[in-house]
Design a protein around this ligand. Structure first.
Ligand code: BEZ
Length: 203
């Protein structure tokens, strides 16, 4: 399998953490792709028609996307551990937590694109503020959930960690830990895991 990736993407990081935690490193080749909305990679578009990273190219050539489909696929390749409960409330809680973390990352990435890529005279301040309001809403929900994270690891927890990591990477000055100390305390411990240390975004 080949993972089309960019090291700065929090969605890619989530997939990379899955690969490491599931012991699949030998099975996945990494292929770095440079792509933006205004300059889309043809290689990426051949595997994911909406040209978004990450995309996983299977050995039969089929492309899998987006990150949540890829993480579920990777999880299905090993009998244990599994980062998705098979059924019941626990399953929906984990899927919803992963979606929450992805929502945070979407809003944070959108705002970063607005500020970093869009020409200054075309930027829309209220739109960016709205994205950061979504980030704050997600942080609040994650902080409330974090009090019961303990040492658990599942798809939602991995997503939450990658979302916190992206904020530290691209928004080092927002001081999210001040308002969300339970999440901050949990993240301090979780980010010590080998899989998190080895997937840190580029400096
Ligand atoms: C970033 O540079 O922040 C970034 C790059 C690729 C995907 C998402 C975010």
């Amino acid at each position: 399998m080949k993972l089309l990736y960019s090291p700065a993407s929090p969605f890619v990081r989530k997939v990379l953490v899955f690969i490491k935690e599931l012991g699949l490193e030998d099975k996945v080749e990494l292929a770095k792709v440079t792509t933006t909305v205004v300059n889309q990679s043809a290689e990426l578009a051949a595997s994911n028609p909406v040209a978004k990273i990450p995309a996983l190219v299977l050995d039969n050539g089929k492309g899998l996307y987006d990150s949540r489909v890829i993480t579920a696929y990777l999880d299905s390749l090993v009998a244990s551990p599994s980062f998705y409960p098979a059924e019941g409330d626990a399953r929906w809680d984990v899927l919803c937590m992963e979606a929450l973390a992805d929502g945070l990352m979407d809003a944070a990435v959108n705002n970063r694109y607005e500020r970093g890529l869009r020409p200054a005279d075309k930027q829309w301040a209220e739109w960016g503020e709205g994205q950061m309001k979504k980030v704050d809403g997600a942080l609040k929900a994650l902080d409330a959930a974090a009090v019961s994270f303990g040492d658990r690891i599942d798809a939602g927890i991995i997503g939450a960690a990658c979302a916190c990591g992206y904020l530290d990477f691209r928004y080092p000055d927002i001081g999210w830990r001040e308002n969300y100390p339970a999440l901050g305390a949990w993240y301090a411990k979780f980010s010590e895991r080998k899989s998190m240390q080895e997937t840190q975004p580029p400096s």
